[in-house]
Design a protein around this ligand. Structure first.
Ligand code: ATP
Ligand code: GCO
Length: 157
């Protein structure tokens, strides 16, 4: 979890590979209208995200029912979004990729082929409710290399 450009896809793919489980890129479940809205420089609101979060919850629920592992990358910016995802599997754990705005902005600017305009970072940071102490998971520093982040997730530190 985390704002746009924090490294969810990069770290998520590496984690799934390390675990030998399926990786789901949460952004691929956004309806076209959501992608069009963000591409036009408008932030998503709770209503825009509702159907998308339910679709992701379905992926989590299905993996749990099959007893299969799953790594899912998803912004999950607000506590209530994460509560909704946890309804799919109460044992769900989050890795919050956290770091300074300047570093995230620089990484977003360096991406040529992504729909998300760097200008939307401010709204992402406004919406972000950091992982809370009673939520299972880890908070990671995005300044570390992805391999180190994976090690920390696996170690639960
Ligand atoms: N730990 C890291 N160190 C250096 N560069 C990184 C790190 N993690 C990610 N990056 C780079 O930062 C950019 C953003 O990463 P990535 O696309 O994984 O973020 P994201 O959170 O999935 O973004 P979005 O949700 O907007 O798709 C990419 O160019 C990626 O290669
Ligand atoms: O909840 C949201 O506002 C969205 O999921 C965004 O975070 C983007 O889709 C993603 O980060 C792509 O840049």
């Amino acid at each position: 979890m985390g704002v746009s450009g924090c490294g969810k896809s990069t770290v998520g793919q590496a984690l799934a590979q390390a675990l030998g489980v399926r990786f789901v890129e949460g952004d691929q479940y956004h309806p076209a209208a959501n992608v069009a809205k963000m591409s036009a420089g408008m932030a998503l609101d709770d209503a825009d995200r509702a159907g998308w979060l339910h679709a992701l919850q379905g992926q989590i629920r299905e993996a749990r029912a099959r007893g299969a592992g799953l790594v899912l990358s998803c912004s999950a910016l607000k506590r209530r979004y994460r509560d909704l995802l946890r309804e799919g599997d109460p044992a769900l754990r989050f890795a919050h990729l956290d770091g300074p705005r300047e570093l995230i902005a620089a990484r977003m600017r360096a991406r040529a082929d992504h729909y998300m305009p760097p200008a939307l970072l401010e709204s992402q940071l406004r919406d972000l409710e950091p992982l809370q102490l009673d939520e299972a998971g880890v908070v990671l520093d995005i300044g570390s290399a992805p391999a180190l982040q994976v090690t920390r997730i696996l170690g639960g530190q």
